[in-house]
Design a protein around this ligand. Structure first.
Ligand SMILES: Nc1ncnc2c1ncn2[C@@H]1O[C@H](COP(=O)(O)OP(=O)(O)OP(=O)(O)O)[C@@H](O)[C@H]1O
Length: 317
């Protein structure tokens, strides 16, 4: 296990920013750390880096207690934080060379070239960092985090300022680093870019880990209610009543003269039963479509409502 926390807690006065957190991340995993603003994600990452002292609890990284060797452990971690500490008076090239020397990166020149190329900054390497756009600064800080080839990458909102093309470049880079055996923890309050890369996701809310699952697992929790759209030759009251009486149907609407929109409790496939009930009432089904709720559809930004849906099973169990 690369990262393990036990009863990790951070209080700021009466505010509990991180509350009894048990986080487990395995070697080679891409772990998505999701939660709304103020959930406690950054505080957790800062504690993993030894930059914020926990109020109580334990942290192990690379199998060793963080408190025993914070500097040694820190050298094997790459960080992209929300606030980029970039030296604005240097060019990007100078900035990266400076860090490469600091970390004594072997073959630094080639690594810098390669990373600048990968994120589309090669042409702008001679420009002062102070003149970089927000997205370019974010890319530069990702390059800096990767320079010394760390085993663990902590990325706090790594693509918040990037355009869709930049997001894809970073995502590809994340996947490649992971293929090379690196472990990544990516924090975000936006789901979309995480959905495609993370093996496992933890949902944090008010300092607590509410749910932890694969993306498929979370998707299933979200689709606690399904939606079926049925096209018929014609619709009358008898047909609507027949569909309503099917066990598991929670709502029936008629958005168009020959269409029924049916909400169902998820679980069993009710399509055959619904077909039969329609036929029994003299209707003819022309087509049926289930609407799968994608995580992206469900919440681009995690909201209180979605959180309670995602957390339901965890709370119940
Ligand atoms: N130095 C501090 N002093 C007091 N309170 C703090 C401090 N740092 C964080 N907090 C509080 O702790 C809580 C968790 O903040 P944190 O930054 O960890 O959340 P987050 O999940 O990273 O949110 P965001 O997505 O907005 O970055 C918030 O209520 C925040 O106001």
């Amino acid at each position: 296990m690369i990262v393990r926390t036990q009863h990790l807690t951070k209080r700021y006065g009466s505010l509990v920013a991180v509350d009894d957190l048990e986080l487990h991340v395995d070697e080679g995993e891409i772990y998505g750390f999701l939660g709304p603003n103020g959930a406690g994600k950054t505080t957790t990452l800062m504690m993993l880096l030894g930059l914020v002292q926990p109020t109580s609890g334990e942290i192990w990284i690379f199998g060793r207690p963080l408190a025993k060797d914070p500097l040694g452990i820190r050298r094997r971690i790459g960080v992209v934080s929300e606030s980029h500490y970039l030296y604005e008076e240097m060019t990007a090239q100078e900035y990266l060379e400076f860090f490469a020397r600091l970390y004594q990166v072997p073959g630094a020149r080639r690594r810098i070239d390669e990373l600048l190329e990968r994120l589309g900054l090669a042409e702008r390497r001679g420009q002062l960092v102070g003149g970089y756009s927000k997205g370019m600064k974010q890319k530069l800080s990702i390059i800096r985090a990767l320079l010394h080839d760390p085993d663990l990458l902590l990325l706090d909102e790594p693509v918040s300022s990037l355009d869709p093309y930049g997001v894809r470049q970073v995502r590809d880079l994340i996947l490649e680093e992971n293929r090379r055996g690196k472990t990544l923890i990516i924090s975000s309050h936006i789901l979309s870019e995480i959905e495609r890369t993370c093996h496992r996701v933890g949902i944090m809310h008010r300092g607590r880990l509410l749910a932890e699952d694969t993306m498929d697992g979370l998707r299933q929790r979200l689709s606690a209610e399904q939606h079926l759209e049925v096209e018929l030759e014609r619709v009358d009251d008898g047909i609507v009543q027949a569909v309503r009486s099917v066990d598991g149907v929670t709502e029936v609407e008629q958005p168009a003269p020959a269409t029924l929109s049916i909400r169902l409790r998820s679980g069993a496939d009710l399509r055959p039963l619904i077909s039969r009930s329609i036929a029994g009432a003299g209707g003819v089904v022309l087509g049926m479509r289930t609407r799968e709720m994608s995580l992206e559809d469900a919440f681009v930004t995690i909201t209180e409502k979605n959180i309670s849906l995602l957390a339901q099973e965890r709370v119940a169990s």
